[in-house]
Design a protein around this ligand. Structure first.
Ligand SMILES: *[C@@H]1O[C@H](CO)[C@@H](O)[C@H](O)[C@H]1NC(C)=O
Ligand SMILES: *[C@@H]1O[C@H](CO)[C@@H](O)[C@H](O)[C@H]1NC(C)=O
Length: 965
């Protein structure tokens, strides 16, 4: 009885808890549904914006912009924070609902030329907005004054639209603005200045870039615009309708680096104080109505490009400052009433490339002495009064003396021809022959047919003028390619062609970006490429700056509307039907949510530069996985002010110091010396490359420092120094045969990882005993990726490079053909194996180890007859099990032809076999040591790879490894 009562009550209790439980689950379910979704107001606003587009991106459907992956949308805590949709071909108008996304930080709709109508005033409600990038769209009408409310706006790019009307004075309130660009619109009126009541652009104290070129602005350049509170670097006002004189207040802004006032109607003299602007690099005052004396530019020692042509300056002699400006590459002084003789030594400054003195009053004899600038390419003196020419220096580049007395008597000297045509302009070369692409496709420099993303790059500032110099264009190709690769865009190659100067004095260059592994980019790729170009603040090119890219329309592979995004409404309906269904659905929802979260995260990673802080111009903070950014002070402290006792090595790049971090970790700090420093972007690329490779047989990058003009890399510290030190006996470590086999295996595994599992695959290029470091357990790690080369350029598995490496280890085939493949590393590794058995340096007393071994070898005898060469410290008394196979392997590695050499993974296998002959289990011990290292490595078919390596491998973009088997 009692018993049954208890049972009864338990039963009731269970019934109740079950109901409670179901109810609780239902609550949880509702919470999950609500929490997963974008804040509903924002979802509605974005949908209204989407309705304003006549063709929205394929993935923009489904219930929830933050939950499912909508192209170009990024959310934080279910708020929409980023809309980045350049070049996706949306048309129509931008709906005012855009203003109802209060958390929006980044809005980039560039390169959608058929997206037009007026700019909604409600953008002014986006109080958190940092970047407003609408480059190359079709917007018309006025700039809404409400934009002045955007207190956090740093980048305002409205360039290449059809905007008209005045610049609203309220934009003077943009107190965070760094970059102000309205280039190439139809903006009219004057530059607004504050008057105590109304704001004006003189209030933009944080703005470095004022880009107003190619509009219809008029009135004078207001003197009040310049004052000592400004940080203005670029004032670009070319091709407007400005009048009046150049204000003398200009010299209150010594930060000015570029001034373009060309193509206006400016009058009066150039202020004499202009030469106090010693940071000025580019000065364009051409095509105005300036009068008075030719400006005195003495002391403006940063000037590289000066254009004063076509004004109404007083008659003057050749200005003396011309031959005293140490950085000047280009002087354009056409039609400037320059008279008299041409002083000797005028062309002797070393960077000088172009001197344009057409249509002047120069007379006497032109003498070019042997000391002329080696970069000089063009001296144009057409239409002057020069009577004679003496080429004492055998100057053999272009000189133009047409329409001078020296040419008036039917002379047919070369220099008497008015230049008719440029030499053929640059075009990225390829060595493909006999390949015809289907129509509409184009041939990439790597000989693949595909649909390139193409457009024109306009450069509005130049530091050089020798447009025949292919270095400049190769720099462009390289920078664009590497930047896109860092962003994980599948790019095969970049081609540029047909550079020319257009009527606005912009350098125009056609650019083609070719897809890799497919014939067409998809929409996601295009967004990544276009957002790189639309963010013009990333000033990555070395020779030409201030670019605008305007692409041609591109029809990408359309990503089918995602059927994966579940219809949540249907789920809600179904949930009414029973506990089991509910449970299943909750499971599903959680599953979908996890998947979506995962996707959202991926998406975030694919916009690594979305939240870049543009106020630091040297480039963005690199995207790192696990590497730290150290300040100079930290590293100074941890190396005891780079003290001599901590100095543990040096090389061409600089010095290496030992240090101890605050947490006790020992590190090796590699400090680049000034002359071996890379550009900020190369440095960043290198770090990004290094942080992508993780393997227990590669020296690990702990962090870096890019601070106070220093470039330092911080590696894990390996206490037992280099293999070279051990082999030479310097370190007191004795390496027996088994230890040497381990070292060979470790190094081979590290290298094999670089060749086959790193993404992109990497050729080390400098394998040598000095770059093999030994840890506590005398296990080896490969170090120094300073010369490493990612093999991304070419699917045929080789890149052409300048030959680098260390004599003695250098692959002769690479040396002769300059074709770098991973087989060059195999050669160096073969030399290293010979070094391991002989302990000799590869070249010692003029003897080359490879030749020595080859000539001494006698396969019929024990130890192949190499007793004399074998390092005595190995311990000859023991049998060197596997020695002969080890020598065979080394000789295969140093085979003459790369094709005959084994791959590094074959080398790894053979060393493992040899170890088994020597009674060592290459896997058992690795597994145990790996555990003791505490990293995330594990054994896979006898190979040790880190988790990340495998992830990289499975998520790899198809690239050059297809042929490496
Ligand atoms: C330039 O300004 C002048 C007067 O300042 C005006 O007459 C002329 O129409 C303007 N030109 C353009 C192209 O706006
Ligand atoms: C140009 O300026 C420099 C330095 O200010 C001065 O020494 C020189 O005399 C000036 N030259 C002329 C022609 O005025």
């Amino acid at each position: 009885m009692e018993h049954s009562l208890i049972i009864d009550s338990i039963w009731h209790l269970r019934q109740m808890t079950q109901k409670c439980w179901i109810f609780l689950l239902f609550i949880v379910f509702c919470v999950v549904i609500v929490a997963e979704n974008t804040v509903s107001d924002e979802a509605a606003a974005l949908k209204a914006v989407a309705d304003g587009f006549q063709n929205k991106p394929g993935s923009w459907n489904g219930f929830d912009p933050c939950g499912s992956v909508w192209l170009g949308i990024k959310c934080t805590n279910y708020h929409i924070t980023s809309i980045i949709l350049p070049s996706v071909g949306v048309t129509g108008t931008l709906a005012g609902d855009i203003g109802n996304l209060p958390e929006l930080l980044f809005l980039d709709l560039s390169y959608n030329p058929d997206l037009g109508g007026s700019l909604p005033a409600s953008i002014g409600k986006l109080h958190k907005l940092k970047n407003l990038i609408l480059l190359g769209c079709g917007f018309s009408g006025q700039i809404p004054p409400e934009l002045g409310n955007l207190q956090h706006l740093t980048i305002l790019d409205l360039n290449y639209n059809k905007l008209s009307g005045p610049i609203p004075p309220s934009l003077g309130n943009l107190s965070s603005l760094y970059w102000f660009d309205i280039t190439e619109n139809e903006i009219s009126g004057t530059i607004p200045i504050s008057d105590g009541i109304n704001p004006g652009l003189d209030m933009l104290r944080r703005t470095e870039h004022f880009h107003f070129g190619g509009n219809k602005l008029s009135g004078n350049i207001p003197p009040e615009l310049f004052h000592s509170g400004m940080v203005m670097e670029h004032l670009i006002c070319n091709n407007n309708n400005f009048t009046g004189s150049i204000p003398s207040t200009l010299n209150l802004v010594p930060s000015l680096e570029a001034l373009r006032l060309d193509g206006n109607k400016l009058t009066g003299p150039v202020p004499t104080t202009i030469n106090s602007l010693t940071s000025m690099k580019e000065l364009y005052l051409s095509n105005n109505l300036l009068t008075g004396p030719l400006p005195n530019l003495t002391g403006m020692n940063a000037l590289d490009y000066v254009d004063l042509s076509n004004n109404s300056f007083d008659v003057s002699d050749v200005p003396p400052w011309f031959s005293s400006l140490p950085s000047l590459t280009t002087l354009l002084l056409e039609h400037s009433q320059v008279q008299g003789g041409i002083p000797a030594g005028l062309f002797s400054f070393s960077p000088l490339q172009t001197v344009q003195l057409k249509n002047n009053l120069l007379n006497g004899t032109l003498e070019i002495d042997s000391g002329y600038s080696t970069q000089l390419r063009l001296v144009d003196l057409q239409t002057n009064d020069i009577a004679d020419f003496r080429n004492n220096g055998n100057y053999n580049k272009t000189i133009i003396l047409a329409d001078n007395p020296v040419c008036r008597h039917g002379s047919n000297e070369n220099y008497c021809a008015a230049r008719t045509k440029n030499n053929s302009p640059y075009s990225t070369p390829n060595s493909c022959s006999g390949i015809d692409c289907p129509s509409e496709q184009a041939l990439s420099p790597n000989c693949f047919c595909s649909y390139p993303y193409e457009g024109i790059l306009y450069f509005r500032l130049l530091t050089v003028s020798n447009f025949q110099n292919s270095t400049y264009y190769q720099d462009l190709e390289k920078k664009i390619l590497s930047t896109l690769q860092v962003r994980k865009v599948p790019v095969d190659s970049v081609a540029v062609h047909d550079p020319f100067m257009d009527a606005s004095n912009y350098l125009e260059i056609s650019v083609e970006v070719f897809p890799s592994g497919k014939a067409k980019f998809d929409q996601g790729d295009i967004v990544l490429i276009a957002s790189f170009f639309s963010n013009q603040t990333s000033d990555i090119f070395d020779y030409f700056t201030l670019y605008n890219f305007i692409p041609k329309p591109y029809i990408p592979i359309l990503e089918g509307s995602s059927s994966k995004s579940s219809n949540t409404a249907a789920i809600v309906g179904a949930s009414a039907g029973g506990v089991v269904a509910l449970l299943v659905i909750i499971g599903l929802v959680i599953f979908v949510m996890i998947r979506k979260k995962g996707k959202a995260k991926k998406m975030e990673q694919s916009y690594p530069f979305g939240s870049w802080d543009p106020s630091k111009r040297s480039g963005s903070v690199p995207q790192l996985k696990g590497a730290r950014c150290f300040s100079f002070e930290e590293l100074k402290k941890c190396t005891d002010n780079f003290s001599e006792p901590n100095h543990i090595g040096s090389g061409g790049y600089g010095k290496v110091y030992k240090g101890t971090l605050l947490d006790g970790q020992m590190v090796a700090v590699k400090r680049a010396q000034e002359d071996s420093m890379q550009g900020g972007h190369e440095f960043k690329n290198e770090i990004e490359l290094l942080t992508r490779v993780h393997h227990r047989n590669l020296v690990n990058l702990v962090g870096f420092c890019f601070d106070q003009g220093e470039q330092m890399l911080v590696y894990e510290y390996l206490p037992n120094g280099t293999l070279r030190e051990s082999l030479s006996g310097m370190s007191g470590i004795r390496l027996d045969w088994k230890k040497r086999l381990w070292i060979a295996l470790d190094a081979a595994r590290g290298l094999s990882y670089l060749h086959f599992l790193a993404d992109p695959p990497i050729v080390h290029r400098d394998i040598k005993s000095n770059n093999i470091l030994l840890d506590n357990h005398l296990h080896a790690k490969v170090a120094d990726f300073g010369l490493s080369k990612p093999m991304t350029n070419d699917r045929k598995g080789h890149v052409t490079t300048q030959v680098k490496g260390t004599m003695g280890y250098l692959d002769p085939e690479y040396y002769m053909t300059q074709q770098l493949t991973e087989k060059s590393d195999v050669y160096s590794f073969g030399v290293l194996l010979l070094e391991l058995i002989t302990a000799r340096k590869p070249i010692e007393r003029n003897k080359y180890i490879v030749r020595e071994v080859k000539s001494a070898i006698d396969k019929k005898t024990e130890l192949y007859g190499l007793e004399q060469l074998v390092d005595s410290t190995i311990g000859l008394s023991n049998t060197l099990a596997g020695f002969n196979r080890f020598v065979d392997l080394a000789l295969m590695c140093v085979g003459e032809s790369g094709a005959d050499r084994p791959t590094m993974s074959e080398v790894v296998k053979e060393i493992e076999n040899i170890m088994q002959l020597a009674g060592i289990n290459p896997n058992a011990e690795s597994a145990s040591t790996s555990a003791s290292y505490g990293d995330s490595s594990f054994t896979l078919r006898g190979h040790l790879y880190s988790n990340e390596a495998l992830m990289n491998y499975s998520g790899a973009i198809p690239s050059s490894r297809s042929d490496t088997k």
